[in-house]
Write a protein that binds this ligand. Sequence first.
Ligand code: ADP
Ligand code: MG
Length: 262
Amino acid sequence: MNATESFIKTSKPVVVSTAPLVQLRDVHLAFGATDVLRGIDVEVHRGQAVSIIGPSGSGKSTILRCITGLLRPQRGDIRVGDTAVHTLRGEVELIALRRRVGFVFQQYNLFPHLTVLQNLVIAPTRVAGRSKTEAEQDARSLLEKVKLAHRADAYPGELSGGQQQRVAIARALAMRPQLILFDEVTSALDPETVGDVLTVIRELVREGMTCVLVTHEMRFAEEVSDHVYFTEAGRIVEHGPPAELFNRPRHERTRSFLQRTL
Ligand code: ADP
Ligand code: MG
């Protein structure tokens, strides 16, 4: 088994009921006088795909930024594995956390002056201290995984938006994270390239990568998620398995949101 295969499993493992990999408890966050998160409880178990859906401005991205320690809540607990994220202060600890938590955004932010392969090699060699040979070998198999092995030597500017986003996903995987957060990764893409990006994410979920997805692709969230949270105005209005939340929402707010978006 090579290094990449050892962290990418071939079939979705059975999730046993151990402690959640990610746990937010009663998280409150305000920007100045504006309450943005007003008591958020979220759990993500190893191997699960969890989606967060809800109207624009409801706090979805803020939740993800709290998980990576980019934002610190005023109240509440955030745990990723054994790490109490809400207590981390030092840059060194935060960098260590971010090595374990991949984050893919709407804006893929690849380094434009580096080739696709170099984009994948830079963090594993500079931040994780891996050898160039090992990092390149990993990078090539990840590019195969996202169906871009033939573009290893291209520059980001030569690729379509969807291809760049697949490189961004491969770049996150190159750090061998414990989980990946996806924040509206298809929202800025041309419709014809969205499908290829969703295919890559679907495959990761199937392999048992722990994923948290903020998405407006409701059908996709319904298809791939183990659990779905619906947020509005900084609160979780309701959450549950996708079959329940999408087909039998309990709250009027969830119902009207889904009617507008499905
Ligand atoms: P979503 O991702 O669901 O669209 P966000 O988490 O980005 O929502 O934002 C939630 C709310 O917090 C919005 O009202 C937004 O305007 C506000 N907000 C986000 N970031 C900041 C910031 N850095 N300063 C002030 N307000 C912010
Ligand atoms: Mg957002």
